[in-house]
Design a binder for this molecule. Structure first.
Ligand code: ABU
Length: 440
């Protein structure tokens, strides 16, 4: 197939293209398989898929109401529902291409709120160096955003997390005081609702009190764990979210919508547009024959913006709020089922009780069981997850990610995002890891 990827002078026949499509399917990872646990997404819903196909067939662009009238109104409906779930009623929102961009929006809008002059005069408008705060377990996009926005990675102050990965609010308070004393200009705190690896939820209620005390913008990276807001049973994990200023929430993760589907939300109506607008007169003419407040293009840092709403709207409309809640609860149930099973099964060691739907654990092969946990032992254990992963990829039975984290050597990070996954798949996973790893 590789040599067929080359585009040459010769046109290809339709038959050849069809063969290529079959090859593409054969050699691609089937991320909607209920045993794909590798990443923070992976699911397929027929209504969402239909929404995607129809969107692409219509090929609209979201910048103006005149070319995307229905999808603009649909976005408004989705925004008001999501804003309501997190207590930002009356706020504002915009679809963005992924969680990383959403975190950058949070940082940019926060900076605009405190220093609007930076939009026109650049960073020189502020005399002191800007700084921001985030936990040591935050997503790496916080670093990318700080670099891109001219804040600088060295001006990110990383706040210590506790042993299960939650930011320590007293440490945040201490760092803010210290930064003020050193002559920095703090403006932004990023908290995480569902960290990428361990799935920890930062204590938003306490963090928001610290932010209020110091007059700082609180942004919540809920790209992964934000969907808990839809669950009566698990929304306690987001306690205090309504006191935050902004949030990113990825529907393509726990809500099971196809990639990409990310929504940046803020409780401050109007600020997204004020911060990003450039008033292109060829696109946003004020004298159109409709209410131009329906043109959303100037809220976005993009010009062309793909329609991401329809695939989400189709799923949500089909399921209703209650169906969406059951789907989220199902994933949480599976994570608790798996962690209980791992605790009872010889050779498995749970890293910590799951808060979100990530379940992190080591598999200890019989050759390493019952021994002293010396440095050499941990070095050997570090090689187990990569070896099992290689075998599972070879036989194609399932796909799970692994990684080290801080002092913890390579462990499996099981991620539950697919509503078609069942408890039987959890039983299979445990047996399969043991089958692939018992002779290591
Ligand atoms: N925010 C993207 C996370 C990628 C992953 O760990 O699956």
């Amino acid at each position: 197939m590789l040599k067929e990827l080359k585009i040459t002078d010769e046109p290809a026949s339709e038959d050849r293209l069809l063969d290529m499509c079959k090859d593409v399917i054969q050699y691609s990872v089937k991320t909607s398989n209920p045993r794909f646990f590798n990443q923070l997404y992976g699911s397929m819903n027929q209504y969402s898929l239909a929404g995607t196909w129809l969107t692409d067939a219509l090929n609209p662009c979201m910048y103006t109401y005149e070319v995307a009238p229905v999808f603009t109104l649909m976005e408004d409906e989705i925004y008001s529902k999501m804003l309501h779930y997190v207590g930002f009623d009356g706020g504002d929102a915009i679809f963005v291409p992924g969680g990383s961009m959403g975190n950058m929006y949070g940082m940019n809008v926060a900076r605009y709120a405190k220093f609007p002059e930076i939009k026109t005069d650049g960073l020189y408008a502020v005399k002191k160096p800007l700084c921001i705060f985030t936990s040591e377990k935050c997503h790496y996009s916080v670093m990318k955003s700080a670099a891109l926005m001219g804040i600088g990675i060295n001006n990110i102050i990383f706040v210590k997390s506790d042993k299960i990965g939650k930011m320590i609010p007293d440490e945040l308070d201490r760092h803010i005081n210290e930064a003020n004393e050193k002559g920095y200009e703090p403006f932004f705190v990023n908290a995480t609702a569902g960290t990428t690896v361990l799935g920890a939820y930062d204590p938003l209620d306490e963090i928001s009190d610290v932010c209020k005390k110091h007059g700082l913008w609180l942004h919540v990276d809920g790209a992964w764990g934000g969907s808990a807001a839809m669950s009566t049973k698990y929304k306690y994990l987001l306690k205090g979210i309504e006191k935050a200023d902004s949030m990113i929430w990825n529907a393509h993760k726990m809500m099971g919508v196809p990639q990409q589907c990310s929504i940046f939300l803020t409780k401050h109506k109007g600020i997204i547009k004020d911060c990003h607008s450039a008033n292109a007169s060829y696109l946003f003419q004020p004298d159109k024959n409709y209410d131009v407040s329906f043109d959303t293009g100037d809220k976005s840092v993009q010009c062309g913006r793909k329609v991401d709403v329809f695939k989400l709207w189709m799923l949500w409309k089909k399921e209703g709020d209650s169906g969406m809640e059951s789907r989220i609860d199902h994933l949480f149930m599976l994570s608790r089922y798996l962690s209980d099973k791992l605790k009872k099964t010889p050779g498995f060691k749970l890293i910590q009780e799951p808060e979100c739907t990530n379940v992190c654990f080591w598999y200890i092969p019989p050759s390493l069981r019952g021994q002293q946990e010396t440095k050499e032992w941990w070095d050997k254990l570090a090689k187990v997850a990569p070896a099992i992963k290689a075998s599972m990829m070879q036989c194609g039975s399932m796909m799970i990610g692994y990684n080290p984290d801080g002092d913890l050597v390579n462990f499996f990070r099981m991620v539950l995002t697919n509503f078609d996954t069942a408890t039987e798949d959890m039983d299979f996973l445990v047996q399969e890891i043991d089958r692939l790893g018992r002779d290591l």
